[in-house]
Write a protein that binds this ligand. Sequence first.
Ligand code: HEM
Length: 155
Amino acid sequence: MNFLKYLSFGTLACLFTLIFFGGYVSASGVGLSCPDWPLCPAGLVPMDEFLIEYMHRTLAATTGLLVILTMFFTLKSKSSKRGMKLAAIIAAGLVLSQIALGGAVIVEKLHALLVTIHFAIGMTLFSMLILVTVYAFQLPPSAARKKIASTLGKT
Ligand code: HEM
């Protein structure tokens, strides 16, 4: 399997979990349980009082890193198509804006318009990553894999 298939699918799965936690933060009304930005009151230490919000932020940081890595390897890959590169660049731009906007949501104490934009960007980011993943699954097998397959074919 191509490395980008694992990476993009893993990133998509991480983003899905993050969105799930975001929905839970919103629906259970714990959006301001962690009132500081960028870290929670106990720094990097998770505590019961803000565990859900802490998970949302930790997953956001992990997803951010994975989306940037996906863009990096997509741009580096010789076989990735233009559409895949474009979707990966847009996803990276969106994830950075989304993390900054998450901070604004806290500072502005869950302003309704900001929360709505936060949700809309989350959905657009998810769509971009689905695109990248679909493209990744259409990539030809890597040269090393082709070589192994042809060697096995000869024996
Ligand atoms: C890639 C990064 C992120 C994504 C995709 C994301 C996605 C989401 C989603 C889908 C929701 C649910 C919105 C709704 O139901 O209306 C949500 C809620 C929320 N997010 Fe994020 N989020 C991200 C990063 C962050 C960051 C870094 C913070 C910073 C603290 C943050 C703070 C919040 C808060 C406070 C809520 C709850 C808003 C409320 O109470 O209604 N998010 N997020």
